[in-house]
Write a protein of this length. Structure first.
Length: 510
């Protein structure tokens, strides 16, 4: 453990506020990073105080004035170098992600890969910040739109994707000409600092000013609340629970800022009688058990046709029985611990409520004990029989609980799929074209992501990522999500020597 930390430039106590090239002597309280794998302290962070936050934000503001004038393709070059620096440290960074948030190695490295991929994507995007041109209704006038850098932006991220989600925002924000102030989850503080240290060298080697890529680790009162209320940040991107997002959205809206919200999911997979069950089981296993059920895209509900309900249930239970639970850094382990004891309690609470509401546990849901398990963060993944309208099924419990819900016809299945407050990701398993097209049509899934014959999680970076309804409506990562990080300007240029007005209005004095 010590070797990994040292290798990544971390010490026992680390500054919690950096401006990309320099680290502040912070005045906040000490935060311990505790590994959910064994309950041991990995390292400590001296958190930022209000005053430290102020320093960082003013550097980010100053740096913006300079960074916005760097040509976008040149900004892309810097992002290419950042991507390469992360590529070279993929294994070490992945190991730290495993240690700090408990993901299995392949998944931890997978999210580092997401960052590398978004860097590559952003490099290309840096030459494609296109606006439209329009034909003016007035003679000898030219009209077009252009995208300008927006400003310093705030990015708040959750513990479960401590590398990837920030990078979707930050790397696209960088090529857009923004500077970035990152408030990572305090449950994944060291990963954020390690990343900042990898990037520090790139910024220094390119003689860039401080303030371009900032990190501030601090409490909600000292940092979080100030950041969302801060008029100097025209955009705040936040990933986390619906409750958190509702608050962030309201505070940002009250100052008429922009927010990009990526909040909870309640993702369902419809398994039709026309599905390849073997494919469906493999996808559901990864989607529901992967990351110990702690992805916003985790499969939480399986809506299964009554004809295949029993064989599917049986096959899932068989698959769940084979999941090796343990230290995620060991080969063969598919499921690590939950993030902390509170998450375990929350899972137990969810299961108790489910049973009160009439649901049944078909497999799993126990807290494991003995040996490494004694730390209290390991559980068995759980399969339950439930109805879609149970209050607990309507909620996102951030744990490996899978609700199986039977259906009779596709209209009913689609209704179940859509009848939850959240709208992130969805999928159907079917080999019937008619069914899959209905699911993808206007009358089908209401989610931001809709898949056929693959699960709800593991989205590629090339698409716009995010969801509707209580998921918050934001889109980040690929496609045209870059537009959120820029301000659009419509320009009209008169080269006629006359002064014709639009809409044919005559206005003047003799
Ligand atoms: C999240 O859980 O907040 O689609 C992000 C996925 C990953 C990202 C999840 N690419 O599962």
């Amino acid at each position: 453990m010590k070797a990994i930390l040292k290798d990544l430039g971390l010490s026992d106590v680390n500054s919690g506020a950096g401006t990309g090239t320099t680290w502040l002597e912070c005045g906040g309280e000490i935060l311990k990073s505790i590994s959910p794998i064994n309950g041991q302290t990995i390292g400590r962070v001296q958190q930022a105080s209000r005053a430290d936050y102020e320093k960082v934000i003013s550097r980010a503001e100053e740096a913006f004035r300079e960074w916005r004038m760097v040509p976008a393709p040149r900004r892309g070059d810097i992002v290419r170098e950042i991507g390469n620096a992360v590529r070279a440290r993929k294994k070490e960074l992945g190991a730290l992600v495993s240690l700090e948030v408990g993901k299995m190695r392949a998944e931890a490295e997978g999210e580092v890969q997401e960052m590398i991929d978004i860097c590559d994507f952003a490099v290309g995007q840096s030459r494609m910040l296109y606006g439209f041109s329009m034909h003016s209704e007035r003679p000898r006038h030219r009209m077009y739109e252009q995208y300008h850098p927006l400003g310093p932006i705030g990015v708040i991220t959750a513990f479960n994707f401590p590398v990837a989600v920030w990078s979707w925002n930050a790397m696209i924000g960088l090529v857009a000409g923004d500077t970035v102030v990152w408030k990572p989850s305090s449950k994944a503080a060291l990963t954020a600092l390690a990343l900042a240290k990898i990037i520090e060298r790139v910024l220094q080697e390119n003689s860039l000013p401080e303030g371009i890529l900032n990190v501030v680790i601090g409490s909600r009162n000292e940092v979080g609340e100030r950041l969302i209320a801060d008029n100097r940040l025209p955009l705040v991107s936040a990933t986390g629970s619906v409750a958190m997002g509702r608050h962030v959205g309201q505070v940002v809206a009250s100052r008429l800022g922009k927010s990009l919200l990526e909040l909870g999911g309640n993702n369902a997979v419809i398994v039709s009688s026309q599905a390849d069950l073997d494919l469906a089981v493999r996808a559901i296993l990864f989607g529901a058990v992967g990351t110990a059920g702690q992805r916003c895209t985790t499969i939480r509900r399986v809506i299964a046709h009554k004809e295949i309900f029993n064989p599917l249930t049986e096959a899932l239970i068989q698959a769940y029985k084979q999941v090796v639970i343990g230290n995620p850094l060991e080969d063969g382990v598919l499921m690590g611990p939950l993030i902390d004891g509170a998450a375990v309690k929350n899972m137990q609470k969810g299961l108790a409520e489910l049973q009160d509401q009439g649901g049944r546990i078909l497999y799993g849901g126990e807290i494991l004990s003995g040996g490494i398990y004694d730390v209290g963060t390991y559980v068995t993944p759980c399969i339950c029989e439930a109805q879609n309208d149970y209050p607990i099924v309507q909620e996102e419990t951030f744990a490996p609980i899978l609700y199986l819900i039977p259906y009779e016809n596709l209209a009913e299945a689609t209704q179940y799929q859509n009848n939850v407050p959240q709208g992130l990701s969805s999928a159907i398993f079917t080999n019937d074209l008619h069914e899959s097209e209905i699911f993808l049509s206007h009358m089908g899934s209401d989610c931001g992501i809709a898949n056929v014959n693959i699960g709800t999680s593991g989205a590629e970076i090339g698409g716009a990522f995010g969801g509707e309804k209580d998921t918050g409506g934001g889109r980040e990562s690929g496609s045209d999500a870059w537009k959120t990080y820029m301000r659009r300007q419509t320009c009209t240029i008169n080269w006629s020597g006359e002064m014709p007005l639009a809409q044919g209005i005559e206005f003047g004095v003799e």
